[in-house]
Design a protein. Sequence first.
Length: 402
Amino acid sequence: MTDCYIYDHVRTPRGRGKKDGSLHEVTALELGATVLRSIRDRNDIDTGLIDDVVFGCVDPVGEAGGDITRAAVLSAGYNESVAGIQITRFCAAGLDATNYAAAQVMAGMHELTIGGGVEGMSRLGIFSSGGAWPIDPSIALPSYFVPQGVSADLISTKYGFSRADCDALAVQSQKRAKIAWDAGYFKNSIAPVTDINGLTILDHDEHMRPETTVEQLGGLKPSFVQAGEMGGFDAVATQRYPEIETIHHIHHAGNSSGIVDGAAAILMGTEAIGKKIGLKPRARIRAFANIGTEPCIMLTGPSIVSEKVLKKANMKASDIDLWEINEAFASVVLHAVEQLKISHDIVNVNGGGIAMGHPLGATGAMLVGTVLDELERRDLKTALITLCIGAGMGTATIIERV
């Protein structure tokens, strides 16, 4: 198998996924093209050498529909020989796109690829592409479908995570993100979004609320009571988990990931192509894995798939220097940390989706770049990136500095 190396990565800042968000007037096409232009220009790449671009996009409909990746390739001014494909595995789409692009290199079929993702959530709306699982009784009933927020509350109830636990993790995410931004940890990887005149629209993550306190979060009402109690989904969940008498709803906007717009791109290839174009590899894709998990509780995949990918890499959890566990909901991270028996001190050290937001199709690729920069800053060796996924799945990737 051919080694696949990461040569560079960029991302846009994350814009609030609402009509008053700074990136609302920017299409997913332009977000994707922005990171592709940036990764080309900062590395002075002849794009005719790039074999394929793989982007995650969870809601590829309307203006983001068709094959948004190929459209972004053309919009960015790449050579017309560069192919593009869009994939989705819900929240892990950006990480899977990175893995798919890397796999083409590892298989010896391609020399230079780009993985990444894009999501314009303020323009299309979350879950605008629909799907059979929530609405078709033939699959919803036997798989005990419940909305993700109810699943997050089911995790906290089943594993004993309190509202205070989840709110404390949320505040920690905000504080870590602010420290990272203030210290300039992200500055070398951000591709500012500009208008047609070259004027900057956004150059920072605007979802952050660093002044947030546990006391403030304590005043927010749980978000999923209505769906759980009045919508009947609590009954579905307790039918699947009869040992639970009552689900305690503790997640709200402050301890769940933010809805945001954004895009990311990661340049990868063989050692030979790097030498040919004069680029130095920064890390190697050591292993990646996917797994399915019980779909009702849905969001427990990170710990299970991490164990799977560690086994593939002949490693233990203690061999990983830094972890990125996507902060879809606070209980997801708390559960993974507990199951893997790892320290919070090495998990999401620069904040995560609760503070900065979760641009579904792009998040996984953003996490790879974030943790690579941090490995270099701390002079550490290995990192594991993982995300929970709708319908009960998990994706994980291990990278190793070279």
